[in-house]
Design a protein around this ligand. Sequence first.
Ligand code: VGL
Ligand code: ZN
Length: 209
Amino acid sequence: MHITSHDVLIVTDVQNDFCERGALAVPDGDSVIEPIHKIAHLFEHVVQTQDWHPPDHLSFASSHPGKKPFDEIELSYGKQTLWPDHCIQGSMGVNFHPALRLTRTQMILRKGFRSSIDSYSAFFENDHKTQTGLASYLKERGLTRIFLVGLAYDFCVGYSALDARRLGLPAVIIRDACRAIDTNGSLEWMEKRFAEAGVDVVNSEDLSN
Ligand code: VGL
Ligand code: ZN
């Protein structure tokens, strides 16, 4: 697969809280850093996303007395998995992993900053209506195909890919540069949606200039 100047690499949520010893550590999460470094140089354009929650965020189990992390509840906009407190604005956990070295990042997109709505996707919040601004940004910049890496494969990476398809953009996930949370059947569910939506899943060795 040839990477061109109309492609963009979206490096999703490679933050301390999703890595080893983090508040919502994704199994083997740190391992995405090495493959990301290997492929980043193929891309002229890189965007990073950053999960960025206020301390009273509705996605935290701590905001729902009697509930525990990884429980699922029904909210006004649909099903919501509850998480341990993570990626709190101004904390250490919200920062990008210190080993991540990306010189080509052109924009950092923060998401999940409204207390009452979660935002997995880089394009839409979890009501699937509220836009983050990324779609317009990519359009203005002439970036027409997205490649996704990072954390977590079955949440933020996955929903971003599905939303890209909904917007008519080709979406390619680089599987070996992602790790999954895999809770309540999330991994299997997401891979079914990828097949339906036409999300491409490749490995980093399939890419070149
Ligand atoms: C994520 C759960 C909660 C992710 C973010 O980055 O995949 N997952 N917040
Ligand atoms: Zn989050």
